[in-house]
Design a protein around this ligand. Sequence first.
Ligand code: AMP
Length: 213
Amino acid sequence: MKIIMLGAPGAGKGTQAKLLADHYGLPHISTGDIFRYNLKMGTELGKKAKTYMDAGALVPDELTVDLVLDRLAKEDCQSGYILDGFPRTMNQARKLSEALGKDGEIDFAVNIEVPDDAIIERMAGRRVCPSCGASYHIVNIPPKKEGICDRCGAALIQRDDDREETVKKRLTVYHDQTQPLIDYYKGLGREIDIDGTRTMEQVFAQITEKLGD
Ligand code: AMP
């Protein structure tokens, strides 16, 4: 099963993608995580991506599309995957469709809907583990010990791109560049709408109900 996650930054795509990857036994491929990993490792790609990420802008398609298509060609992706954060532009969506071919198109585009004001509130409380990638929210999904990752014990941080001004910029980018993908996948008959304002468990239940076991 090939699944892509749509929705504004902070809608809960990453959290649900991880849960779905565990549930269906599929690899979770997050372009944001790939860029952050490269940034941490100080690679050329990481350095190039950082300027865009810090500004709340999208990394150019030239740096993104081949990276993802190469990853999807790997052995572990042959029975499916959960693609989180890609495609994010119409050009990326078309390139993905071209690479998959008519008979290999993704099965579901899961569109997690959350209003902008709720997103801004959520992002302000989001904390991530720089070491293992786990994500938390100071109110909704607090770690057992404040500021410390439950999984690996590292100190949690707020991502630079979760700051309020950057979040607002990212929402504008989302509405301009990513929202048109909803109609694209609707046209292909693959899009499903999910109410993302519920709890993590309820959102997960809505998705699996539509995707089936
Ligand atoms: P995310 O963790 O998915 O919110 O991604 C963090 C940042 O990485 C985004 O704000 C973009 O700057 C960059 N990024 C992630 N995925 C893509 C993509 N498909 N196209 C362009 N930029 C991306």
